[in-house]
Write a protein of this length. Sequence first.
Length: 402
Amino acid sequence: MKKKLFAGLLVILFALGSAFAQTPATPQPMTTKSALQYLRDEGVRAGWNMGNTMEALNSSRTRAVETAWGNPAATQQLLIGVKQSGFDIVRIGCTWIGHVGPAPDYRIDEVRLRRVAEIVNMVHIAGMKAIINIHHDGNYTSPPNTWGFLKFAEVTRGQADNNQVKDQLGKMWTQIANYFINYGDNLIFETMNEVHSGNWGSNAPQSEQDLLFEWNQTALNAIRATGGNNARRFVAVPGLGSTEPSTVIAAHNRGKLLPNDPAGGTDRLIVSVHFYAPWRFTVAGVIATQGSELIHTITQRELNDIDNEATHIKTVFIDNGIAVYYGEWGAPTNVRSSMNETIRNTHIDYIRRVATAARTNGIVPIVWDDGGNFKILDRSNGRPNRGLWADVLSAIRSAVGR
């Protein structure tokens, strides 16, 4: 009996493994709804980043390796746990370095594409939507950028050929789009991640907004040109650095954020914003947890800014039928146990405040979880296996009505 059960289990695992690797043989259904209406009707209230995984690089930054930054390979058990934890959409940052051939074809290794598809399939099997992108391919290092092709700083300074960058960007998105062409609306493409010249988009000249607009247009044109489901697939586009709502809004007001969509209008586009304000509390807070103390407090003005930024986004985008998600946001969860209860509660309150502001204003918050400083879920089972993680998750769930 045990042998039969074991043999049966092997058959099931083999079948699941085969399913994970397959892309749909025929086109899956596509909605005629706008991205904003689709996300609302599908009940997409909160998302989770599978951070530091498919965008992780080896020590020399010459090849993307899924486990290079300490997280285990993604499994179906993980993604089922993510769904059970209350999330509706998973952002899978994808770096392609070391898996792309030389010019003129820039052919992407099919093994890499297949692994991304396996994870997308596991997300879908768990009952969630998925987002894939071009993530760490040289997008924000200061010159000389020797390890990626998105040489934004170099192009702005005349040190790299913009046409060459756009050629590779377009050809890579053509391949990615063709590989995933039969997936339905439950797969969203995101053109790039946190592209900037070193200042995260803050006070950037208009020429940099114009350059990123060109790159977003190049990516979108390549996706749409593949036809099939990609002719109307939801595509998310970032502003400079992705990080400041004010930067994104400024670009939009100049007509230099959303590319001209061959699908017509803006119904199939989504604005991607990363929200890490105030910086000293979120990203800079990581440094404090590892060494010198940082004042882990939020001023009333900073709390008001969280609400005001979300309200401004609603006025500019949501109220005009344009969908927005916080592609990344969060605060460190590795605060030392020696920190007092007030500091701990401040972190939880911050999480609740951002998620509440997003939900109230129609923005989908996709929390950043890197498996380390910003860890929320255990990567073995997708559950919050520590007290602070559980409290952070509870704050998100309550804020979005879960």
